[in-house]
Design a protein around this ligand. Structure first.
Ligand code: ADP
Length: 486
């Protein structure tokens, strides 16, 4: 069978540009696909951060007559692992100070429809017979709302490849005024319930979910949850209708980037065979965050966006009680101003016991995964979640709310699961501060039983979260869409 060619269109890819898990997936999944023989190319906008890291490139196409869009160029370069990279260079839309979706003050860019409309339009050209490239994808793999218009454009294009859309987070949908449909060159007829219309507006994500040949999401449990009103964000009806074309597959992790035995961010490397380095990392983390250098007080770690989704409000609420258990808290994150302020205030009120760093730091995120004794992730909903996977790999059992991919990737610690060697963390049902507190108490209770704790950490560290298995599952979906036998 000829090598399958896939265009992987994304709004972020690590390490070039990252705001969350999508960037990690966009780097690791194409690499894992290439390792099993899929010719995956990644397409990303040429933000400042991307252009600055694109050392060698060549111009492979110019788009100066896409109706409604400014002129742009397509540059070809290489990412890590030699993955072919296509960068959409359009300085007036992408080269500005700030993040990929928001300006420096945290407001969405006013022209996001145009910015991600262009990304979608160009991807659809590359996936159709109008493509100026010699390389023609068999399938276009879209990711989240920023690429949601690709399947819509492909639907109206000549010689179009099929597409799939992966939902990494249904909460972000790309909703714009109805006039956007015409501005972005889509036919007015698609502004319909059977098209891009969503409660009177235009929705990029709805467009993708409606027109794509297949829908994937990042855990089997989340695939079920989004077909129901509670976590369907208004799209549950469409998702239920399309349930035979909806597949949930758990994300893997980049096991080279996240490897405690070979992690240059750490004070000392360690492995399941020799855990001595873990204590050294705890010491270093305590020092860095101004926490008391006590080796026996359990240290709880957090690396997260500070948003309602992540449930950190519950943790902040019980933080004073945690210090009395006693326990220490090391938090890294940024997001909603009121949560940042509470985290900062707590670190001032409880010096030596609570440390908070507001910001984004790759270095510190690795150091928390390694230096903490346990990792707290009380998300209200979580499509997959990566940090609980990283924390297991680093022998730092996660404490999680039973939702989405957290339920699929963490096995609650009970006498039975501890005995059969599957226990890998602590899970609570019912999204209340008290339930979180009880789960943390359970974890701390076990922490002081050194033999059982060691067994739990060992279970965590020996779990296999590599991308290989998921890449095979994506390949099976591609083949199904293309009508090929596996
Ligand atoms: P989401 O994509 O919803 O934010 P995930 O758990 O899927 O959540 O992925 C989050 C990714 O972003 C992880 O790689 C995590 O380590 C990283 N991350 C989140 N906040 C920070 C931060 N403040 N500093 C460094 N990395 C962060």
């Amino acid at each position: 069978m000829a090598e399958l060619k896939v265009l992987f269109a994304t709004s972020e890819v690590a390490p070039l540009i990252k705001t969350g898990g999508l960037a990690d997936v966009s780097a690791a999944l194409p690499a894992a696909l290439r390792a099993i023989g899929v010719d995956a190319h990644v397409l990303v906008p040429g933000y400042n951060q991307v252009m600055a890291q694109l050392t060698q490139h060549e111009v492979v196409a110019v788009f100066d007559n896409l109706p409604g869009f400014p002129s742009s160029r397509l540059l070809s370069g290489k990412m890590a692992h030699n993955i072919p990279l296509l960068v959409l260079d359009c300085p007036s839309l992408y080269q500005r100070d700030g993040g990929p979706y928001q300006d420096v003050t945290g407001h969405d860019w006013a022209d996001n429809a145009l910015r991600f409309g262009l990304l979608s339009k160009v991807a659809s050209v590359l996936g159709s017979s109008a493509s100026p490239l010699d390389w023609h994808p068999d399938l276009v793999h879209c990711n989240d709302w920023q690429t949601g218009l690709i399947p819509a454009y492909l639907h109206f294009a000549q010689g179009a490849a099929p597409s799939i859309i992966a939902i990494h987070n249904l909460a972000f949908q790309g909703i714009f005024p109805p006039a956007t449909v015409l501005q972005l060159g889509l036919p007015p007829s698609c502004f319909s319930i059977n098209g891009v219309e969503f409660y009177g507006s235009m929705s990029f994500l709805k467009a993708g979910l409606y027109y794509a040949d297949h829908i994937t999401t990042v855990s089997p449990n989340y695939a079920r949850e989004i077909q129901q009103a509670e976590l369907g964000f208004g799209l549950q009806g469409l998702l239920f209708e399309r349930r035979d074309s909806l597949t949930g597959m758990l994300n893997g992790i980049d096991t080279e980037e996240w490897n405690p035995a070979d992690d240059h961010h750490l004070a000392m490397q360690y492995s399941v065979a020799d855990m001595t380095g873990k204590a050294t990392n705890k010491q270093a983390l305590q020092k860095k965050l101004g926490l008391n250098p006590d080796p026996d007080v359990p240290l709880l770690g957090v690396v997260s966006r500070f948003t309602h989704q992540k449930g950190l409000d519950l943790l902040l609420e019980i933080a004073p009680r945690l210090t009395e258990l006693p326990a220490q808290l090391a938090m890294l994150g940024s997001g909603e101003a009121h949560m940042q302020k509470t985290a900062r205030d707590l670190s001032h009120r409880y010096p030596g016991k609570i440390g908070a760093v507001i910001g984004f730091s790759e270095d510190l995120s690795h150091q928390i995964e390694a230096g903490a004794d346990m990792f707290v992730m009380p998300s209200r909903f979580e499509p997959c979640g990566l940090n609980q996977l990283y924390s297991q790999r680093y022998g730092t059992p996660p404490i999680v709310h039973a939702t989405g991919g957290l339920s699929d990737s963490v096995v609650d610690c009970t006498p039975a699961t501890l005995k059969d060697g599957t226990a890998s963390g602590f899970m609570f049902d019912g999204m209340t501060a008290e339930n979180l507190f009880i789960a943390i108490q359970r974890a701390i209770g076990l922490y002081h039983d050194k033999i059982k704790w060691k067994a739990l950490c060992k279970n965590c560290m020996t779990k296999n979260f590599s991308w290989h298995h998921s890449a095979e599952a994506y390949l099976a979906v591609y083949r199904k869409v293309l009508g090929q036998q596996g």
